[in-house]
Design a protein around this ligand. Structure first.
Ligand code: ATP
Length: 372
């Protein structure tokens, strides 16, 4: 549906830390992506990593230095040769700075994109009324249909911008942090609404966010970006469970990192001597004995026992040094050997600091990530 090949975009500006040539900042540095039909594809990364610039390039609001962008087989940008203007790209867009039409009511803001369609494509008055009412209901704006758009709160304006983009059922919808101004509850409920709508209408969407929970909850595919590059692309579970580098492991969820050295291999398992003791992990990577590596394991993949199991491969004695109640979970910080592990568990099991306990995990729950 969308193909981005070798996209590069630089801006004039101070070189900062980012790779820069002749006083230009490389905001997007050779990005290639493929987005399939019906996907909710998320660009996820910290502030300034180039997500918005990538999206704006697809929208036609930035002119890239080089690369190629096609949507549904139609070439929208091709190096210096072709650059289809934004208003001829036919894409739905919702940006952080939601532009609504201030002189219109909420209803008219959403109806307008349908009313100005070519006569042959324009729905009848009744259909427009029904479609607008349905979208406004979904966005919890039904009761505000007659209100002037400027007399809405920031969050309501953001939902109005979303409603207006969705109503035209575009082949590709570009969403840049469209839920950023909403309170936590509304944000969560709209996240599900958006996902349901997107699936029902089959609208392929590119979603930009720096919120990893949002990305995990919404996406069919996540591309993790850092400093203008895409580091990993995959299904949410894949990126979460098998991060391909330390940055991804740290950026999505919380991880324990144990530095160590490979001491042996047994079939699909690799043994690593770490600061916390011997760790066995499953890895298909051909890592030679003696190689320095980092073993990563999620807090929720570790278990605690006061008595120990006695027969597990990855079972280490340790001492609780701290604990934090999180409401739906409890984190214990456990000193194991020379290392420290965060273990997340059921909040009904709270263990006092100073208690000697055992920590264990399965080899399949430990991931090998390159040092660095
Ligand atoms: P955020 O989550 O904060 O919106 P982002 O990942 O979307 O960040 P971009 O907005 O794409 O990042 O910016 C990438 C880099 O390009 C940053 O270093 C930014 O300062 C720079 N940049 C973006 N737009 C411009 C511009 N118009 N002129 C100069 N530099 C720019």
């Amino acid at each position: 549906m969308l193909t981005i090949s070798n996209l590069v975009k630089s801006f004039a500006g101070e070189a900062s830390k980012r790779r820069a040539t002749a006083g230009r900042v490389l905001a997007v540095d050779d990005v290639s992506l493929e987005v399939g039909e019906g996907e909710m594809f998320t660009l996820l990364g910290p502030s300034g990593c180039g997500k918005t610039t990538t999206l704006r390039s697809v929208a036609g609001l930035e002119r890239p230095d080089s690369g190629r962008i096609t949507v549904g087989g139609r070439v929208l940008f091709d190096g210096g040769r072709l650059n289809v203007p934004a208003n001829q790209r036919g894409l739905g867009m919702v940006f952080q700075s939601y532009a609504i039409w201030p002189h219109m009511t909420v209803f008219d803001n959403v109806a307008f994109p349908l009313q100005v369609r070519k006569r042959s494509l324009r729905p009848g008055k009744r259909e427009i009324r029904e479609r607008v009412a349905k979208v406004l209901e979904t966005m919890e704006l039904g009761h505000l249909a007659d209100r002037q758009a400027t007399k809405l709160s920031g969050g309501q304006q953001q939902r109005l911008a979303l409603a207006r983009a969705i109503i035209i059922e575009p082949p590709l919808m570009l969403l840049d942090e469209p839920l950023s101004n909403l309170d936590a509850k509304l944000r969560e409920s709209l996240r599900y609404e958006l996902k349901r709508l997107q699936r029902e209408l089959g609208i392929t969407s590119i979603y930009v966010t720096h919120d990893q929970i949002e990305a995990l909850a919404l996406s069919t595919t996540i591309a993790v970006m850092k400093e203008g590059n895409v580091l990993q692309t995959g299904r949410p579970r894949e990126v979460y469970e098998s991060p391909n580098c330390k940055f991804v492991a740290e950026f999505i969820g919380t991880s324990n990192f144990l530095r160590g050295k490979v001491v042996g291999r047994d079939g699909d398992c690799v043994d690593v001597d770490t600061e916390a003791g011997r760790v066995r992990l499953e890895s298909a990577a051909r890592v030679p004995v003696g190689e320095e590596v980092v073993a990563a394991v999620r807090p929720e993949s570790l278990e605690i026992s006061t008595t120990g199991w006695g027969n597990r491969v990855n079972e280490w004695p340790g001492t609780v040094t701290n604990r934090a109640f999180l409401g739906d979970a409890i984190d214990h910080i456990v000193r194991v050997g020379q290392g420290s592990l965060r273990v997340r568990g059921n909040p009904s099991v709270s263990i006092k600091p100073g208690t000697e306990i055992f920590v264990a995990t399965e080899p399949s729950k430990v991931t090998l990530v390159p040092v660095g």
